[in-house]
Ligand binder design. Structure first.
Ligand SMILES: Cc1cc2nc3c(=O)[nH]c(=O)nc-3n(C[C@H](O)[C@H](O)[C@H](O)COP(=O)(O)OP(=O)(O)OC[C@H]3O[C@@H](n4cnc5c(N)ncnc54)[C@H](O)[C@@H]3O)c2cc1C
Length: 331
């Protein structure tokens, strides 16, 4: 069918996930004369899709948005369509080892298909937990889309200098994030625990040490649940609380951790995970088997899914390493 990829009997690589890492893996496979099936749910499921400006992307000194960068990567993959079948929106479910490699069952155009490959590159990414306000996660989206609320300290910490910052979260991770933000010299940091007692569930002596650090740096907290947001026109993060009070900040920062680490497929394949829940790989991004501590032949994990720094240049670099390793193994 014109415009749609045609599924071949088998590929050199099957790539699951078409965010920044998976798209780069597809492009690199094509450049190395390899074939690949690239299965992706769609760019709006990529972590960066809602990043309005990214400042660390080489070649874009004025910054570039996540969705524009994805569009550019998708265009490059589409130009290589002879070699790379780009299947989207496609959702991969089951993955099995076969005698010759891997078989990935996926849903595409309302039907189930199987993509077979000698090697498998997992580029599933991870999903941020979004604050739920009045039972909905989308209340905060307009503020996030305008970059008034951030999610990633490595990405946007530099934009917090000279700003008052509200950090959303109640646990040790949120408190450590609030303390880490001080490095960027904000005017103030305040925690919004959204109805949870501060440091609820954090064991001693960590809880006392973190409380002392908050006190030392003058970081206060508000426990009342957030009921809604305002001041978007002023490009500020205004927060209305359930107790009727209101506070206004230059920026919000959501420090709620991950909603989904996409561990089902790597777990089914016997991968090892680090204590934070990321897939452990060697330096060629070969996934390590939990049972043996050895690389699983033909299986790679790249981008945010693997233990690394959750940044786009790293997603690209890990994709390159994995595909070059798979190609060299094939030779
Ligand atoms: C608000 C925000 C701002 C950011 N800003 C920056 C920045 O300025 N600079 C920077 O370097 N990084 C930034 N990041 C981090 C960056 O977005 C991630 O490091 C990057 O997206 C990781 O790429 P990835 O390919 O590993 O995962 P993703 O880009 O998240 O892509 C994963 C893909 O997997 C697909 N997928 C998942 N499950 C399945 C399945 N079962 N079947 C098929 N497809 C599936 C999804 O559709 C998605 O397209 C930011 C992140 C956020 C949230």
């Amino acid at each position: 069918m014109p415009g749609f990829a045609r599924l071949k009997d088998s590929y050199d690589l099957v790539i699951v996930g078409g965010g920044h890492a998976g798209l780069q893996a597809g492009l690199k496979a094509a450049l190395l004369g390899q074939t690949a099936a690239l299965l992706d749910r769609g760019p709006k499921y990529s972590r960066s899709y809602y990043a309005p400006t990214m400042d660390n992307i080489p070649g874009f000194p004025e910054g570039i948005s996540g969705h524009k960068l994805l569009d550019l990567q998708i265009a490059a993959v589409r130009r290589a369509e002879e070699a790379v079948g780009y299947f989207t929106p496609a959702r991969a479910g089951r993955v099995e080892r076969t005698e010759t490699g891997f078989a990935v069952t996926f849903e595409w155009l309302k039907q189930e298909h199987v993509a077979r490959g000698r090697a498998l590159v997992l580029a599933l990414g991870v999903v941020d937990r979004i604050p739920e306000v009045a039972g909905k996660i989308d209340t905060i989206f307009p503020w996030a889309n305008q970059g008034i609320v951030d999610f990633c300290i490595l990405c946007d910490g530099h934009q917090l200098t000279g700003k008052s910052v509200a950090v959303i979260g109640h646990d040790a991770f949120a408190v450590r994030t609030a303390l880490d933000i001080l490095h960027f010299r904000p005017t103030s940091v305040h925690l919004l625990t959204h109805g949870r007692p501060l440091l609820d569930g954090t064991p001693e002596p960590d809880a006392s040490a973190l409380r002392a650090a908050l006190g030392e740096h003058g970081i206060g907290s508000t426990e009342s649940p957030m009921a809604g947001f305002d001041e978007i026109r002023e490009h500020r993060f205004g927060v209305r609380f359930a107790d009727g009070s209101h506070r206004s900040f230059d920026r919000g920062f959501s420090a709620l951790g991950w909603y989904d680490m996409h561990d089902a497929i790597p777990r089914a394949l016997g991968c090892r995970f680090d204590p934070d829940g990321y897939v452990v790989t060697d330096e060629d991004c070969r996934a390590i088997a939990d049972a043996t501590g050895e690389p699983i032949p033909g299986l790679y994990a790249v981008g945010d899914l693997r233990n690394g720094w959750n940044q786009i240049p790293e997603a690209w670099a890990t994709a390159e390493r994995a595909v070059i390793h798979a190609y060299a193994s094939y030779l």
